[in-house]
Design a protein around this ligand. Structure first.
Ligand code: DC
Length: 227
């Protein structure tokens, strides 16, 4: 596997913006893993089915196509809430996790590597990632950011949604949101988006030059190709 960056954190911490920035700056293929859970949630809603039917959930997860997810209609509070509810089901997670790993292993030579953002990238999906960043921010700041993004939704509704998802994503039995071993914690509470992106880019830059350092010392040992 090539160079890999794992970015995790709760809703509204800024991980999506960071991942997109890092992806462009370092030419890394990007996957927002939350979109796979949101797409599965959209299919569940469309199916009109119960989120507790484990067999049906696994079938739905199989239908999620990593390469053809359109964000349209997935950025709603309803989809986010159902995504977080179905994300506690281990068999659904197994299917989606495999899809995310397949995506990460399928890097064409025009990319330098991969960047994934989500809740369990550094802990479960890519535990051997070259760079792990855990992005966080105070709850109030995250609520304010989401309120600006979702202009038509009341702040109270967003607060309740974020509280419920933080609790569910952080306390579930399988792959709960937590700081991965070796992750650098980036608290974005008092940083604007430009500062956040620059800090993250610095972390990735350092890791890349470490890789190149190893490469220069020994042509047989490069962390860009060791995995
Ligand atoms: O990042 P997001 O808000 O789009 O994610 C929606 C939900 O999907 C989140 O509340 C929990 C779930 N999720 C997950 O369990 N693991 C991931 N790697 C990404 C998202």
């Amino acid at each position: 596997m090539s160079f890999s960056v794992a970015i995790d954190g709760p809703a509204g911490a800024g991980k999506g913006t960071i991942a997109r920035y890092i992806s462009e700056k370092f030419n890394l293929k990007h996957l927002d893993t939350g979109l796979l859970y949101r797409e599965a949630a959209r299919l569940v809603i469309e199916d009109g089915g119960t989120t507790l039917d484990v067999v049906r959930l696994e079938e739905i997860a199989q239908k999620v196509d990593t390469h053809h997810i359109t964000e349209e209609n997935l950025r709603t509070e309803e989809v986010a809430s159902v995504a977080s509810q179905i994300a506690v089901v281990p068999s659904l997670r197994r299917v989606l996790t495999q899809k995310m790993r397949d995506f990460s292993n399928d890097i064409t030579p025009d990319y330098q590597g991969v960047v994934l953002d989500g809740r369990d990238v550094g802990t479960v999906i890519l535990p051997q990632a070259d760079v792990k960043i855990y992005v966080t921010a105070d709850e109030q700041v995250r609520v304010l950011r989401r309120t600006k993004e979702l202009e038509s939704v009341a702040m109270q509704e967003i607060l309740e949604g974020i509280k419920a998802r933080d609790a569910r994503d952080g306390n579930r039995q399988t792959a709960p949101l937590q700081v991965a071993d070796g992750a650098i914690v980036l608290d974005t509470t008092f940083l604007d988006i430009k500062e956040v992106c620059e800090k993250a880019a610095e972390i990735v830059e350092n890791a890349l030059s470490d890789c190149e350092g190893i490469d220069n010392m020994s042509k047989t040992s490069s962390c860009l190709s060791k995995k």
